[in-house]
Structure formats: structure tokens, C-alpha cells
Design a protein around this ligand. Structure first.
Ligand SMILES: [Cu+2]
Length: 786
């Protein structure tokens, strides 16, 4: 009996214990410990924040399997005689790049505006092919369709002119030949001279020279040529030139005809390696004597590197402020489609020309069909070939494949959404993922978008404002030494900004007195030349439809009398005139401070409450005058840069302002932008495209070392609603805060209310932090390593 009781007791206790354990587990699952804060926004965002979960993005870039399908199809077309990039050389046909061929606008709009009733346009690829085996050798852009299961390819109908092989973009195949030629014809023959002149050489284990190549634009030569500049192989090379330069003539597809045409050494030009070496050995020329730069006393890093040096601050290491999203993202990025408050748009990365946005809508109305980058150029100067010939068109290297590896916490906030791009180019046999190519984040600018404090009994005591929360889509292109940051910024009042910042390492030339006309010394041995950065953007505006007008409001001074004014005297004041631009030539705007004006794209059929046409204003802050003479050399292929803004009638065949061929085609540009204007079509009540140029003249100074700072180097274009809404559309924002203070009777304490429109404002969560171990574990997040 006693024994039974003990067993019963044990059993009972065990049941109680189990029930207790289960109850504790249930309690744990349903009660978060109030003392341990959760991570801010760890949950999925509320789906009610977003519009359409099933959105089909017809602008989404080709994915890896789509690219592979297109590659397989093209390789199976025997008449194209294509080889794979690892077997390619100057004389073989091969695919140098491939990307989505964006549908024609008419087809795209039919689908986008079809309320789900229309089928999407067929997905197509655009393949860039080198076809040296054709007679004559050409570059072809073939459209491959449909995807999936391609069955046909045809010439890109938007490309009107043939593309001669000579004007092709840069390729690995020709760089391999150029490097071999340098190694065989120069490096060994001048090794002795280089070691004695510079204490370094190309054949080395330490104290090495490296080089950069800058194409000789067709401004200077009908043939395809490359100037090579020698530099110390240090962090970062472009700050350490030694002044030894080599001109390679790489015209034609027969590598055996390529030759070293000129050499520049100690400020003198030579016609051959043999002439240079002979004159050097015979002491017939002055000899350069330069040594690799060393760290300053007390420092470990070479001047120009990015290691910390100088007086350290703050005195105690402390972290600066960070941003966090207390309730998680208020935007969604899915299939390259962004949904944010009242905004939505699509984005993609063009292998050729960089970042592009499509179908930008605010409050369900399309503002722009396309907002895209077109070209980046830099025009250098100098007393030696290196600077003098450097008039560079960056798309010749492909811009889209220069964006990857943005660093969380520095390049974009830690809470940003990082998006990879998938690019196919000749570097790989298969498509490659480029991590962190684009980032999207909501940002608290810490600046009120609008605010007012009223403190008088006449108007009342209130303070109302709205922080300028914005969504930013950002990418960065690293064009070897220089870094360009491109932001698209979406505000709550319907405004969009495009911002360009430049940073990175400057190019420099070896210092000697003649270079003083072109720059300032930035180190013991180098001088950085003046240059002009220019950027081309396309804005295909659709204000309440495609039937739009371009009008300027030209501010003027009027002198007039009024009967009631001061004894009938003249008075002088501002006024403005509406100036409707009827044709493309009248809409080509060259920078002119004497006639300040507003640039408006309006819809004359859609009037606001006060019978004014609804529209958007385009505001350029960074318009920069291109002062090279028209039709002189390189200028012929960058005719977009003549205009800070021009408006043309939209055509599928006038797709871009520039092309990957603009480095070498100024004799007869493949994209002849000025012809878009010269035909002088009517632009009243037509589908309009605004072509916008930004730029800055850069005269580098010592503070550009080691990197140009973004501050002071910002250029932007804003697209601002103008008589489009009846009032500021941000008035509907629950992010606003209003404080009222009312005094019921004199001498009493004021009755103060704070209105936040239901938006929570007290949080006890922990800011989400990026796990940097991801980078330590996988360097490819930042670097594309061989
Ligand atoms: Cu610069």
C-alpha cells in the first residue's frame, strides 16, 4: 500500500511537471520577454502597405537561365560561326555581351495600361556580337526572340547605322594582344632603362610598374590606337605616374600588324623602342631619375593610399549616428519592381549604359515612362600624350558591369535592401551575379519637407511639419579609378531627384613645368590635370498620357507705368512669359544665365482646377557648359553635351543619346544625337523625351588626394510637380506632426495637443545591423576576384 502510494505520488508529480513544462513552453511562445527588445522591423512588412503582389515586371532583366537559353540558341546558329569567349581572338566571331531588349513603348503601354486584359510583350534579348569574319568586319546587335525557347534572331531595329568593327567597344581579346605586344616589344628591351630611371620595372617581384590604357579617341586618329601610361604599382596607381608612355597602333584584325608607334620618355617623343634605348645608352638624351614614393616619417602608409594617417580623431573611438526603421521597411522590392507609399517603379541595369528606371508612377499616374543613364564621359587635358589624348567615353567599357560590391554602412545604410545584378559579358562563359549592385532604402533626410510655426493670436499657435522621408535607389559605377554614385530620390510630394556624386582617385601626370598650365601638383612627383565630367540622362516624360508640350516660363524685367503709382512714374519689376516650344530646334537649350527660366513638360488637355495645364518642372542643378568647339574631334560624337536640356519627339529609333561605340566613332557617330534635333519635328502635343546633361569642370587640388570628396561634387536634376496637384500631395501623409496650443482664458495654462495621425513614435526595439561576417566569409560580396 505504502509502495503504491509512492508510485502514485511520483506519477502525479511527473504529470504535473509535464503539464507545467508544456504550459511554460506555451507561455514562452506567446509572451515575449519585455526586458529583451526585439529587432526593429524583423517581421515582414504589412502587406496592406503595398499595391499589387502579383505585379508582372516586363522590364525585369534576364535571369541566368534565360541568358543561358539565349547563349545556347546563338551558339547553335552555325552561320554565325560563334566561338566561346575563352576561345575568342581578334579574328573570331563571338558574343561580347547580352542584356534584355526592352519592349517597344507602344507594346509596353498596351500591356501596362490594359488592366490585366493584355498579354505582356514577348521577352527578348539583345546580344552584342563581334563579327570580324563578316566582310567587312562588323559589330552586330541582334535581337533574340522569344524568351523562353528562342526561335529567331534579327538586326536591332533601333540601330539604324551599321557598326564598323573598328569602332567596337573595348574587349579582353584586344587587351591580351596589347599586353603581349608590350611584354615582347617593350618590357624586356627597356627593363634596364626603367630600373635605372624609376627603380622599378614591368618584370618584377617587388618595385613593380603597372600601366593604364587610354584610348586615342577618333578625334585624333582615324585608326584604333591606345596610349599606355606607366605607373608605380601602389595603392593607388593613378597617383604615381612615372612619365613613360607608349602608343600602340592596334588597327585591324591582324595582330601581327599591331605595332608600338611612339614612346614618351623624360618629356621627349621617340619613334621606336630601339631609338629610345640607343639614345638612352649613348647618353644622347636627359635621363629621368625618380624613385617609388615612401611613407612619411612616423607613418606606415604611402601618400595617396587609403590607410588612416595624420592626427587621429576622435580622441576616443566612438560611433556616429545610424538610421533604423522602427517598424521595418515601408517599401517592397520584388522582381526589380519597387512599391513605396504612393510611388511605384521598375529598375534594371543595362550592360551598355547603366541604370534605368521604367514606368514611374505616383498616386497610380505615370509621370515618366523611362528615366535612364545614357553616358559618362571625361575630357582631360595635359602637356603629354597621357592627358592630352584622354577624351574618354566610359560606355566603351560597358557601364552596367562596373556596378557591384557596395559596402553596407558606407555606400548604403546597413538597413538598405541590396540587389544583385546578373550580367553576361565576355569575362565569363556563363552569366555572372554581381552582388550589391543596387541598393534601395528609405531615408530620413533630417530636413523638413515642409514646416511652419505660427505664434500669434491672429493666426493661432501651432507648429506643423513633415520630415522629408525619401526612398533612394542607388548604384555606383567604378570606372577604374573614379567612382560615380547615382541616386534616384523619391519624395512624398511627388518630386523625383536624380543625383550624381563623383569620388574615387584622380588621374595624374608626372610633374614638370609645362604641365603647370593644366593642373596643380598633388604630390612630390605628380600633377592632376583639369578635366570635364559629363553625364547624359534620358527622361521620357508622360504627363497624364503621352500627348505633352514643352513650355518655358521666361523671367523678364518689365518697365511700365500705372496711373496710381508714384505720380505716374515707371517702375521696374519681374514678370514672366509663357514660351511654348513648337519644334525640336527651338527646344534645344544651351546654358544662358541672361534668360533665367522654368522648363515645364505639360499636358494641355488636362487642366487643373484653375484652368492651367498640369505639368512637371525640370530643374537642373549641375548644368555645365561644354566649351569645346562644335564638330571638333571628340565633340562630334558627344553632341548631346552641347545642350543642357533638349526635348525631342519620342521614337523607338532614337533610343539613346550615345552608344558603346562613341569612344572611336566621332568621324561618323553610330548614334548621331544632333540628328534627333536637326530634323526639327513638331513637338506640340507629342510624346516627348527630355535629354539632360549634367557636368562639372574639375580642377583637382591637394585635397583630392587620396579621393575626391562627394561634397561639392553633387549634380542633380529634379522633376517637380507644377500645377499638377491642387495642393501639395504630401498633405495626406501620416508622417506629419502637428502641435496646437490653445489658451482658453487669459492667465491660464495653455492646452497643448500633439497630433501624429495614428503613427507610432515610441519604440524599444534594437536597430537591425548588418552582419559583416558575411563579407569576411565571402569576399565576393564586394570583389569580383579571378
Ligand atoms: Cu574629376
Amino acid at each position: 500500500m505504502k509502495k503504491l502510494s509512492v508510485i502514485t505520488l511520483i506519477l502525479a508529480l511527473s504529470v504535473v511537471a509535464n503539464v507545467g513544462l508544456i504550459a511554460f513552453v506555451i507561455w514562452l511562445a506567446t509572451h515575449k520577454d519585455e526586458t529583451i527588445p526585439t529587432i526593429c522591423g524583423d517581421e515582414e512588412p504589412n502587406p496592406k502597405l503595398f499595391k499589387d503582389a502579383t505585379y508582372q515586371n516586363i522590364f525585369e532583366d534576364l535571369n541566368s537561365s534565360e541568358i543561358n537559353e539565349v547563349l545556347d540558341y546563338l551558339y547553335s546558329q552555325s552561320e554565325l560561326k560563334l566561338v566561346k569567349p575563352d576561345k575568342a581572338n581578334l579574328t573570331t566571331n563571338y558574343i561580347i555581351g547580352l542584356e534584355l531588349h526592352v519592349p517597344n513603348k507602344s507594346q509596353a503601354l498596351k500591356f501596362l495600361d490594359g488592366n490585366g486584359r493584355e498579354i505582356p510583350p514577348a521577352r527578348e534579348a539583345k546580344a552584342y556580337l563581334f563579327l570580324p569574319q563578316n566582310d567587312p568586319p562588323v559589330v552586330e546587335e541582334y535581337i533574340v526572340a522569344p524568351i523562353p525557347r528562342p526561335t529567331r534572331y534579327y538586326h536591332n531595329p533601333r540601330r539604324i547605322k551599321d557598326i564598323p568593327y573598328r569602332v567596337r567597344q573595348f574587349s579582353n581579346t584586344e587587351m591580351v594582344v596589347a599586353v603581349n605586344l608590350l611584354r615582347k616589344e617593350v618590357a624586356t628591351k627597356v627593363e634596364n632603362m626603367l630600373k635605372r630611371s624609376y627603380g622599378a620595372s614591368f618584370i618584377c617581384k617587388k618595385n613593380c610598374l603597372t600601366f593604364t590604357a587610354s584610348a586615342v579617341s577618333s578625334a585624333f586618329s582615324k585608326e584604333r590606337k591606345l596610349w599606355i601610361t606607366s605607373l608605380y604599382q601602389l595603392e593607388f596607381a593613378t597617383l604615381h605616374p612615372v612619365g613613360f608612355q607608349i602608343l600602340i597602333n592596334m588597327d585591324g584584325i591582324n595582330a601581327s600588324n599591331w605595332k608600338i608607334e611612339k614612346l614618351w620618355y623624360a618629356n621627349k617623343m621617340f619613334s621606336s623602342v630601339e631609338e629610345l634605348v640607343r639614345k638612352y645608352e649613348n647618353n644622347e638624351i636627359p635621363k629621368a631619375l625618380i624613385r617609388p614614393p615612401k611613407a612619411s616619417p612616423g607613418e606606415t602608409s604611402v601618400p595617396g593610399s587609403l590607410n588612416i594617417r595624420g592626427k587621429r580623431f576622435p580622441d576616443v573611438p566612438t560611433s556616429g549616428p545610424k538610421q533604423y526603421e522602427p517598424q521595418g521597411h515601408r517599401y517592397r522590392v520584388r522582381n526589380q519592381h519597387v512599391d513605396y507609399l504612393q510611388w511605384e517603379f521598375n529598375f534594371r541595369m543595362s550592360y551598355a549604359s547603366g541604370i534605368q528606371l521604367y514606368d514611374i508612377k505616383f498616386q497610380n499616374e505615370r509621370i515618366m515612362y523611362e528615366l535612364s543613364m545614357q553616358e559618362i564621359i571625361v575630357i582631360y587635358a595635359g602637356a603629354t600624350p597621357h592627358g592630352l589624348y584622354a577624351q574618354l567615353s566610359d560606355s566603351a567599357f560597358g557601364i552596367g558591369n562596373r556596378a557591384h560590391g557596395m559596402m553596407p554602412g558606407v555606400d548604403c545604410p546597413e538597413h538598405a535592401t541590396f540587389v544583385d545584378s546578373v550580367i553576361y559579358n565576355e569575362d565569363n562563359l556563363t552569366p555572372k551575379t554581381y552582388p550589391n549592385a543596387i541598393c534601395v532604402f528609405e531615408h530620413n533626410t533630417a530636413l523638413p519637407l515642409r514646416r511652419h510655426r505660427s505664434g500669434s493670436s491672429r493666426s493661432g499657435f501651432f507648429n506643423s511639419g513633415l520630415v522629408d522621408y525619401v526612398l533612394i535607389l542607388r548604384t555606383m559605377f567604378v570606372m577604374f579609378n573614379y567612382d560615380y554614385i547615382i541616386d534616384f530620390v523619391f519624395h512624398q510630394n511627388g518630386a523625383i531627384d536624380v543625383k550624381v556624386h563623383s569620388t574615387g582617385f584622380i588621374l595624374s601626370s608626372l610633374y614638370y613645368h609645362e604641365e603647370g598650365a593644366y593642373g596643380f601638383r598633388v604630390s612630390e612627383s605628380s600633377i592632376a590635370p583639369v578635366h570635364h565630367h559629363l553625364f547624359s540622362f534620358k527622361a521620357d516624360m508622360d504627363i497624364l498620357g503621352t500627348k505633352n508640350r514643352y513650355m518655358t516660363l521666361d523671367t523678364e524685367v518689365e518697365n511700365r507705368t500705372r496711373k496710381w503709382y508714384e505720380n505716374g512714374e515707371y517702375h521696374t519689376q519681374l514678370t514672366f512669359k509663357r514660351n511654348l516650344k513648337s519644334t525640336e530646334q527651338k527646344a534645344a537649350y544651351k546654358y544662358n544665365f541672361n534668360t533665367p527660366k522654368y522648363h515645364l513638360i505639360i499636358n494641355n488637355d488636362k487642366l487643373n482646377k484653375y484652368s492651367e495645364p498640369r505639368g512637371y518642372r525640370i530643374l537642373g542643378k549641375g548644368f555645365s557648359k561644354q566649351i569645346l568647339p562644335e564638330n571638333h574631334g571628340f565633340e562630334r560624337t558627344i553632341t548631346w553635351s552641347r545642350y543642357q536640356m533638349c526635348v525631342t519627339k519620342r521614337k523607338d529609333s532614337e533610343d539613346t543619346s550615345s552608344s558603346m561605340y562613341s569612344m572611336f566613332d566621332s568621324g561618323d557617330p553610330v548614334v548621331d544625337f544632333v540628328s534627333y534635333i536637326n530634323d526639327n519635328e513638331n513637338i506640340v502635343d507629342e510624346d516627348l523625351v527630355a535629354w539632360l546633361s549634367l557636368g562639372m569642370h574639375h580642377i583637382p587640388h591637394t585635397e583630392d588626394v587620396p579621393n575626391t570628396a562627394t561634397t561639392g561634387n553633387e549634380m542633380s536634376i529634379s522633376f517637380l510637380p507644377f500645377n499638377y496637384f491642387t495642393e501639395d500631395p504630401s498633405m495626406g501623409s501620416r508622417d506629419a506632426v502637428r502641435v496646437d496650443s490653445k489658451i482658453k482664458s487669459k492667465g491660464q495654462k495653455a492646452d497643448v495637443t500633439i497630433e501624429r495621425y495614428g503613427t507610432p513614435h515610441k519604440f524599444s526595439c534594437l536597430a537591425k545591423q548588418y552582419d559583416f561576417q558575411k563579407i569576411v566569409n565571402n569576399a565576393s560580396v564586394l570583389f569580383q576576384q579571378p
